[in-house]
Design a protein around this ligand. Structure first.
Ligand code: ADP
Length: 149
């Protein structure tokens, strides 16, 4: 019974939810931010990644936990080295849009083996949000729990 009731709901509705409905505000930093400051920001805001943007929120780069960990080991002075030296840069960043379904965003996260995707405006460059594996995970678990009761 449970399977019959849950599965049509999962495929028909849950996967159609859009990125815009699930995204969270991203943590944006300028490319002149020093590595040690970026590490502090990561801990202070309890996030897994930081997006590096210009003054108009235009996407320039992404910093993950491992990028910062690697830089901490490899960089001679993290207090004087800007994040621009170690970030993953455009155009090598996979992004998504507000209208994208959670199904396609999840597929992209898996295909590119990353934890988060910057959500960009129609111009393809202005960062307006962030969608992560954990947001999508929570969304499906909560939907499952909701369905049980
Ligand atoms: P971690 O490195 O902490 O495991 P990720 O798996 O998200 O976190 O990141 C893996 C690598 O991919 C990092 O070098 C990071 O800069 C880069 N990266 C993260 N998100 C993206 C993205 N959306 N597009 C392209 N590269 C990304």
């Amino acid at each position: 019974y449970v399977g019959q009731e849950v599965m049509p709901l999962l495929t028909d509705e849950l996967y159609q939810e859009t990125v815009g409905q699930l995204m969270v505000p991203p943590l944006l930093i300028p490319q002149t931010t020093m590595i040690d400051e970026a590490v502090t920001q990561l801990f202070m805001h309890d996030v897994g990644s930081l997006y590096v943007t210009d003054e108009q929120s235009g996407l320039l780069g992404v910093l993950s936990r491992k990028d910062l960990l690697r830089a901490t080991i490899n960089t001679t002075n993290t207090q004087t080295t800007p994040v621009a030296m170690i970030m993953t840069r455009m155009p090598n960043i996979t992004t998504t849009t507000e209208e994208t379904s959670v199904l396609h965003a999840g597929q992209r996260l898996i295909a590119h083996q990353v934890d988060s995707l910057p959500v960009v405006a129609i111009d393809g460059i202005t960062v307006i949000g962030k969608i992560t594996k954990s947001i999508i995970m929570r969304y499906f678990i909560e939907a499952g729990l909701h369905n049980q009761s």
